[in-house]
Design a binder for this molecule. Sequence first.
Ligand code: SF4
Length: 433
Amino acid sequence: MRTSRISKDTSSLLNATSSPVRRSARASIANFANSSTFKNEESPTASPEPVDIEDVVPSRKRKHESKRTSIKRSPRKTVTVKTEIEDTVTFPPTKERRVRKPARKVKGEETGEIEVQPPNDWAEVYAAVKEMRVHGVAQNAAVDTMGCERLGLETVSPKVKRYHTLTALMLSSQTKDTTNAMAMARLQKELPAYKQGEPIGLNLENILAVDPVLLNELIWVVGFHNNKSKYIKATAEILRDNFNGDIPDTIEGMISLPGVGPKMAYLCMSSAWGRTEGIGVDVHVHRITNLWGWHKTKSPEETRLALQSWLPKELWHEINWLLVGFGQKTCLPVGRKCGECQLGLDGLCKSAERSKVTGGRKLRKEQIKKDEESNVVEKRETVKVEELLGDVLANAASNSELLVEGAEGLTKEEEKAIKGDLANAPGELKKLF
Ligand code: SF4
């Protein structure tokens, strides 16, 4: 009796102190026992809805599987994300590598004959240089106003003017255009008349009659004046004897004159007779076209033949003016201005000096301000001080040379202008003269 009572008390005590978790576990086990798998179907206490044990006691593994399933069930989401990326991501434009091909001989597909293909970028290069020559950094070159073509006087007969052109060309080799123009001016103003009552100045009769020493003095400012004065005298006799006092009208005739080569002959034919039969290739044309990689030639004559094999004939006359001026202003023989040259800035020149181009691009970027829509809102021009001083120096040097030498051919106005130029030169420069 006592034992039974103690058991009862112990049991109620245990019931009162047992944790709810424990009760819950028991209930779960009870439910498990009544599940569809193990329950007796005939049992009245069977649960109406069968429950899997894994649903009752969810395991970690189950949780994991559930997550994966949810991803699998939403494949659309994945596709959408992928589409969005494809739609919105923009790739930077790939930089196209320029391929430069020089002029080359190829076999024509249809004719089977060998033909010359021009350099692949020649038209682009040519157009850029023309733009610089007409509107850009290479405009106002000495050749534009003092080239041989411009030195024939308009006040004389066409025959005498042709002779002026030939003489200017003969004086021009190894000589700057400005210097050549000075020598021509002296001949045109000071060459004595061959007899009284005839006009003074440059013409065939006066050259035939002039004392060689005086002629040499008049042209002494040009390079190799001793040889040139001899050639001019000898040429005058050939013209008188073989060409009826006029200049030859064929290339062969021109080349037969002493001191006249193919360059002068083609330029003279073009300027004096208006017939372009070949390209006048001087050192600028030879040097610059080789710098561009259009060909690899060793002499101006080789360059002429190379250019003539593909350059359109309508450009044969122009290219000399174009490249001589470009060589005088921008692509100088010494100290090329690649930082100002459009070919360098646009990556069109294989010989561009990289450091100068980088500096030029930076300067241009600073000078051109753009708004958010890439419209140019401000453009500034910077005149380099050194360049300005360089020009003043060069002008002052040639001007002082004239004054010191006492060029009698100068008019009073010209002399006044030169003195004014020197007076306005910066102090540092004045000390040099
Ligand atoms: S980039 Fe330089 S080397 Fe080339 S054409 Fe211009 S100035 Fe001459």
